[in-house]
Design a protein around this ligand. Sequence first.
Ligand code: C2E
Ligand code: CA
Ligand code: CA
Length: 567
Amino acid sequence: MEEALRTSEARLHMVISHVPIALFAMDQHGIITLCEGQGLQRLGLQPGQVVGTSVFDLYGSVPQALEQIRRALAGEALKEVVHLGKLAFETQFTPLHDVEGQLVGVIGVATDVTERTAMDEALRYHTLYDALTGLPNRTLLCGYIEQAFKSVANTQHGPALLMLDVNRFREINDTFGQQQGDLLLQKIGTRFREKLYAFDRLATVARLGGDEFAVLLPLADEESAGQAAGVLQAALEEPFSIEGLCIQVEVSIGAALAPGHGSDAPTLLRRADVAMYTAKQAHEKYALYDAVHDQYNPQRLELICDLRQAIASRTLTLHYQPKAALTTGEVSCVEALLRWHHPKRGFIPPDQFIPLAEQSGLIASLSYMVLETAIQQCRLWMDSGFKLEVAVNLSMRNLLDTELPDTIAGLLARYGVPGRLLCVEVTESAMMTNVERTHDVLMRLFEQGVRISIDDFGTGYSSLAYLKRLPIDELKIDRCFVQYMTSIRSDSSIVRSTVLMAHRLGVRVVAEGVEDQETWDLLASMGCDIAQGYYLSRALPVPELESWLNTTFQSVRSSEQETAAIT
Ligand code: C2E
Ligand code: CA
Ligand code: CA
């Protein structure tokens, strides 16, 4: 018996060692337990040579092989062609399960198909992988997502999809040229893959095109998806070097989780995209899908409908928040801020409905309503002896509207308000997004004497060259720098240097978000011109503002002093 067994074992070994394939077996952790076959020669290996080694150490640097190994170790049976340098191997992985259905290992067979498939494979590779980064493309990612759904069928957990978009990539591309932009995308892809892989061996990073990446976590919950987002953000903490310059890159990440947010690849992709957009809008780094922000969501459509009505019926109201000179406390300007009390949903903050107006094409009529109400109010104040400059917030969309300057001129004329009593606040990023087109609109407003203010300064990328070219009167330091400037040193340095720079350019400086006396004093000591914030007052309805002006602070009532004298 023993003799017979030995003979048959020897025969088996002889066969295995002569088959023109490479045969591997590994345990559930990826440790190689067997490697045999003539085909090993093509891989530069001897039989038995790598037994005991981790397959990740062996092929971890080949993204495509890595991808396969991870999926195989997740229990997936697969057959694909893998490229190792100039060679192509058809690899087939078969999971091994014990009687209880637990994965105990994987058998892999690799056949050299370099010649046979060189042509076919080149084609296939290009249809499934992104040429720039070598990462799976959208098509392949979709396949993986569907696969992930199949392998978690009947369980409560599911795959999670993270969608990432590099913030202001276009600016980087425009500044350094496309070649450098491409190089940056490659580097970003590599960092994502490395860091994410250390976090979750089963994760896949794909590039969807442009500056968009996606990450599939085959098995995740809300917590692990959030952690993965953190890992991706952290991967970009260290700046990239482009032409010797340090470039800090940030991404906005949106996540959608199965089964709650979708149970097929297209839905999950679309919803992760919605979440990413939400994150971007809110200037957050990460957002989980929320049906409220989804344009295909019936609730959202209803809200747009309500908003349209609220604009038409003027049930949106303006509250006004005073801005005061830091040295004298004089209030010479107020900022108009929209308030919406929804009949059914109660108070909806502007941060939520302004983006809705922007996305649904309502922003033009909304801004017209705001401008008209504010200019009319300014006239009423003039008549009752308050000389108050009124500031109105405009969206990027408004700045792209070449008719805006004429519209504003018409309103100023109709109510007999001088241009210098109107100020338009435009966020730094809106102003910088389309400099050529916005420049013309801003110039024409400037010619009418309308004041131009850069809002949320410090949160975008401003080019000093552009700032100098634009007709700017005022710069508002974003409240994120102001709020903690008495305790965070770097924040106070930013404020201090912004004040200096703005004064050099002949621009007055407003600090927003001033919430206490200490901040007020510090700002005054830095030479900042104007403060706005809860310390002074919240935005108030007209009657309350008027009584506040009469009692608390001295306004420039009937004063001959020009508001411009503040600078
Ligand atoms: P913003 O232009 O930066 O307006 C300042 C926001 O900061 C206001 O929030 C204001 O209430 C709040 N704020 C003022 N002082 C303080 C403070 O001391 N501490 C803190 N934590 N917050 C303070 P609000 O009214 O919710 O407006 C949010 C944003 O919505 C505005 O940011 C503006 O971008 C947009 N918005 C409001 N009204 C309009 C509008 O009529 N048109 C457009 N396009 N956007 C508007
Ligand atoms: Ca503002
Ligand atoms: Ca602001």
